[in-house]
Design a protein around this ligand. Structure first.
Ligand SMILES: [Zn+2]
Length: 227
């Protein structure tokens, strides 16, 4: 077969590893080039130190049948060791990996999401509250996927002064909100807006969110994810 024997390389972050048959493993990666990529490798080629979730690796592989790549070898680029010294960082990185698995599609390139994931993983040990990163990650993914937009005005009358409700990724004023819309307090709307627009690293590091506001944000995010 023509190109099937060609050895390809890609860079990725390990999201998950699963044992497969007697001496193989299936690695699921978020890659720079192909979005989610699954590869099958012999266990002996996947040392435990390399295959922990969140490690950044280079994969050498051949194309197999369907989407499953046939891994030839992997090289560790960054084990992200620092994360393992902070339980809070580990927990949030785990959540971000799982959001990536849930929202990203196999072989659909999403280079911005890959870059963002790498950046937020590296920031996780520098944050007083790494949970904020998971909120930023969720909101940025929804923005990139077009499930929410950056406009902070009522999606029907376009007024911005009187936002009170949220439904299916859209903000609404009291007059245009359907009965099932979620009521959002001013502090929650403000936090949402902040997370939508935040870009600079130093600003992210300084960010503080009240625990009640975080709970309310989680409800809004769940509402979008379910639609
Ligand atoms: Zn309105």
């Amino acid at each position: 077969m023509f190109s099937q024997q060609e050895i390809l390389t890609c860079e990725g972050i390990i999201l998950r590893t699963l044992p497969y048959r007697e001496n193989e493993r299936i690695l699921t990666l978020m890659t720079k080039e192909h979005g989610i990529l699954q590869a099958i490798l012999y266990k002996k080629n996947v040392p435990a130190a390399i295959c922990s979730p969140s490690s950044k690796i280079e994969l050498l592989y051949k194309e197999g049948r369907g989407n499953l790549a046939l891994g030839v070898d992997i090289h560790l680029l960054d084990a992200n060791e620092k994360i393992r010294s902070s339980l809070a960082a580990m927990l949030e990185v785990g959540k971000m990996l799982s959001i990536t698995l849930k929202t990203q599609v196999e072989r659909k390139p999403a280079p911005e999401i890959y870059t963002l994931l790498r950046l937020l993983i590296s920031l996780s040990t520098e944050m007083a509250d790494p949970e904020i990163l998971t909120y930023i990650y969720s909101i940025k993914i929804l923005l990139l996927e077009g499930m929410i937009d950056t406009c902070m005005h009522c999606s029907i009358c376009h007024q911005s002064a009187t936002l009170t409700h949220f439904s299916k990724g859209e903000w609404l004023c009291p007059e245009h909100a359907p009965e099932y819309a979620i009521v959002a307090e001013h502090s929650v709307i403000e936090a949402w807006c902040l997370l939508v627009y935040i870009r600079q690293l130093d600003k992210i590091k300084e960010l503080v969110l009240d625990s009640e506001v975080k709970k309310r944000l989680a409800i809004l995010l769940d509402d979008v994810m379910q639609h």
